[in-house]
Design a protein. Structure first.
Length: 227
């Protein structure tokens, strides 16, 4: 073989070049050639016998003293129970609403009467039963519009009127969502129509309903709950 440094011919069993002294990087292994260094087993090195039986315990992982604990469950907040508004509570709220509407109607009636009286006085006339028909028609229509607007707007905006606010009641839809003014109008028309057609039986149905719902609540898909 040749030296990789100076290309001089060196013996096959040489470790350094005799000419340049460089360490040989490539050695050709020849079967039967004597080895310069014999491998000897020192006392620090333990011999490994292939034929010796292997203890199965060497391959077993040590058992853990404690099993992995499950993650601690975060306690969930208790779901509040829905309390529905009963018949007498809803009746008390309606009475307060009725008194509120009477007060507003009285103010509207006084203002309408003063305006009507001033209008007749401009023509030299006075208010009497003979010419009071237009005033009565105006007051009747005004009362109906005022009452409808009162219930529809309050239920559609905040879900409660003044009476329901004082009694802790609120009108809601499915999943306790606020209702719209359109649904509030349907609920009001259903209460008047079904209440008059059944002579109040649709309203008394609150006493037998498990969710304290009247017929107009079923019609409009609404519930009356307690806050």
């Amino acid at each position: 073989m040749n030296c990789q440094n100076c290309q001089a011919v060196v013996p096959d069993d040489a470790e350094r070049c005799e000419k340049c002294g460089a360490m040989l990087l490539i050695r050709r292994v020849i079967l039967g050639a004597p080895r310069n260094q014999d491998f000897t087993l020192t006392a620090e090195t333990e011999s490994i016998e292939i034929d010796s039986p292997v203890d199965s315990g060497d391959w077993q992982f040590p058992a853990r003293s404690e099993s992995p604990s499950a993650p601690a469950e975060i306690p969930s907040e208790p779901v509040p129970k829905i309390r529905y508004g009963g018949f007498f509570r809803r009746l008390g709220a309606f009475i307060l609403d009725f008194l509120t509407i009477l007060l507003l109607s009285a103010l509207m009636g006084v203002m309408a009467y003063i305006g009507y009286k001033v209008g007749l006085a401009a023509h030299g006339r006075f208010v009497s039963w003979d010419n009071a028909t237009p005033l009565m028609v105006f007051l009747t229509v005004g009362w109906m519009v005022l009452t409808t607007t009162y219930f529809v707007v309050f239920h559609g905006m905040v879900g409660k009127t003044i009476g329901k606010w004082l009694f802790g009641l609120r009108v809601v839809g499915w999943a306790q969502q606020p209702i719209s003014c359109r649904r509030a109008l349907l609920r009001w028309i259903g209460m008047l129509g079904l209440g008059c057609a059944t002579l109040g039986l649709s309203l008394l149905w609150i006493l037998w309903s498990g969710e304290k719902r009247a017929w107009h609540d079923f019609l409009a898909h609404t519930w009356v709950i307690r806050d």
